[in-house]
Design a binder for this molecule. Sequence first.
Ligand code: SF4
Length: 279
Amino acid sequence: MGRRQQLKVLTAQLHVSHSQISTYLACSLKYRYRYVERRPLERRGIALPFGIAVHNAVEHYYRSLKETGSPAPLNYLTELFSDTLAQGVGATDVPIVFNKALPDIDQAHDRGCKMLEVFVADQRGSTDKIIGVELPLSAPLRGTDGQDTGFQLIGIIDLLVEDEKGRLTLADLKTAAKSKNQKDVDADLQLSGYACLLETNGYILPNAPVEGRLDVLMKTKSPKLVRYHSRRTVDERRRFKKIAAHVLHSIDAGVFIPNRGWLCTDCEYADACAVWHMT
Ligand code: SF4
């Protein structure tokens, strides 16, 4: 089942994802425009279709490795990347906003192909066993008091691997222009949300920690792959559930406030936001 179909199944019920929670926390007005009003986009940053295209190629690499024992070859991955990027950029009828790392479509294309070269070279010698690729999971979201919020927490885990000692690691692939700070990785809500899903679906024991990893493909002139490790304990999973429950309460109460910052640079709703206080 493809990612789109998986999402369709997961979103058939009342649900919330880590990405909705993170969007709300970063800028709740943006959340309202995107998820409550489903407002048409005013523009689209190149980062999103670019990230989707890289992600799609990497997914095929792992899927092929899991299903056939051999990874998809680099030329197949770069072709897939090119097609997905062209589709993503062509499918939208709003202006695409390029940025310093990806200043135009040709440079975005070349940069993505180089990043995939780096990714493939980095995989050689890995002995991890692949347990899941694009693993779709859902579970009832309960607050820390155990009360059902009525929402399903949903997520699709990029990669779940097991090392020689049987330890599981959940990994998520990112593309980024800047390196990350370990403190931000340790506070990353996506890893915490996925750890909750692994626990509720029986992949890990209720009191056991789970290893998390962000594989960050850097969009720099000389691309590189940086791996950040961060464990998720019961305490962090509990914290995630409490944050999620509070976000749901705030949405229910209609609390949506603009939070100006770096997200505004290529915000899809900047025009609406500029006059938000006038209405
Ligand atoms: S422009 Fe900035 S403050 Fe306004 S909705 Fe977008 S991200 Fe939020």
